[in-house]
Design a protein around this ligand. Structure first.
Ligand code: 5AD
Ligand code: FES
Length: 350
């Protein structure tokens, strides 16, 4: 039996579930996660339109294919008009959430980002606008919020300080990243944290720390995907993260935060043919099909063999709908805010 409340599970109990190879225990875990999700979201899976608007990045994360030092990537930036056209197409395809994701690109100053958010907000007053553009100061985050951004995705990547330093150059630090997350939450964003599974040097104890951090931060969204090597990075020769271990982390996260919005990530779909569907079967409830123009898709190569880089936005939208229906899920194109958002029923501390 799976305990109903994982927050009272001991570290040893969680470690056992993180590492279990027993298919029956895994299935019990996934089943408990589905049950926890059903109470808040039924069989609904929320669709978010992902717009990868710049692959320039000043950072040099050792795992990431668009790291600044990788001279083998062709760099691009979408113009305001190109971004708006992605939103228009997305809107026609039924999307009510746009996710603007990019590397940490200083060309997109606060002014420029605020301008983009404002332009989308004017055209789509009721849609959700999610930003995923990395670390900025509190004032910048406040400005984007006032301009109309609702949500912010910033994975913490790993909650263990020593491990964080093995994945990032010295210019980056875990305390700063956590501070960004607390700032975002404090400002009023729906906040997404998250981590990769199977990054080099990761231990089961590190994954336990990820779960404990998630439990403490109580983010509204949690992105979890397997590490996948990208050939032109320092980690290009490391093995990818485990598929089933990633599914177990999705399920454990669902049990810790039953109300969370958890994507079945593109990385999951990349390491296994039905990866995203199995992510949903392990407790995820969001998919993020790509809305970026087809000609730039391949250039947003965080890792090798990324799926969906040759498909038009409309194809991904339809493909994903068919895929999830085949597994008994119901596509939901609404904004899909965090359960209880705006009703005062949020579980976040005041
Ligand atoms: N494999 C898997 N995920 C990656 N990301 C970046 N590089 C990789 C990789 N090689 C993830 C990070 C980042 C998100 C946008 O993509 O977790 O936060
Ligand atoms: Fe993109 Fe299936 S979701 S092609």
């Amino acid at each position: 039996m799976m305990p109903a409340r994982l927050d009272i599970i001991s570290d040893a109990g969680l470690l056992e579930l993180i590492g279990t190879e027993d298919p029956e225990r895994e299935e019990a875990l996934f089943s408990a996660a589905r049950k926890a999700r059903a109470g808040f979201y039924g069989q609904d899976v929320y669709f978010r339109g992902l717009i990868e608007f710049t692959n320039h990045c000043k950072n040099n994360c050792y795992y990431c294919g668009i790291r600044g030092a990788n001279s083998r990537v062709e760099r691009y930036r979408l113009s305001l008009e190109e971004i708006l056209n992605c939103c228009r197409l997305g809107n026609l395809l039924g999307y009510r959430t746009f996710v603007l994701q990019g590397g940490e690109d200083p060309w997109f100053t606060d002014d420029r980002v605020a301008e983009i958010i404002g332009a989308i907000r004017r055209e789509y007053p009721g849609h959700a606008i999610t930003l995923s553009i990395g670390e900025r100061g509190r004032e910048s985050y406040e400005r984007f919020f006032r301009a109309g951004a609702d949500r912010y995705l910033l994975r913490h990547e790993t909650a263990n300080d020593a491990h964080y330093r093995k994945l990032h150059p010295e210019s980056m630090s875990l305390p700063e990243r956590k501070q960004c997350l607390y700032n975002l939450r404090d400002i009023g964003y729906q906040v997404g944290a998250g981590f990769m599974v199977g990054t080099p040097f990761q231990t089961p104890e590190n994954l336990l720390e990820d779960l404990r951090f998630i439990e403490e931060l109580k983010p509204h969204m949690v992105g979890i995907g397997p590490f996948i090597p990208q050939a032109d990075t320092p980690f290009g020769n490391h093995p990818p993260g485990g598929f089933r271990q990633t599914l177990r982390m999705v399920a454990l996260t669902r049990l810790l935060l039953p109300q969370a919005l958890i994507p079945a990530t593109t990385a999951l779909g990349t390491i296994s043919p039905f990866g995203r569907e199995k992510g949903l079967m392990a407790g995820a409830n969001v998919v993020m099909p790509n809305l970026s123009p087809k000609d730039v898709r391949k250039l947003y190569a965080l890792y090798d063999n990324k799926i969906c880089t040759g498909d038009e936005a409309a194809e991904c939208r339809l493909c994903m709908e068919g895929r999830i229906r085949n597994f008994g899920f119901v596509p939901n194109m609404a904004r899909g805010d965090y359960a209880g958002w705006g009703t005062g029923a949020s579980t976040l501390p005041a």
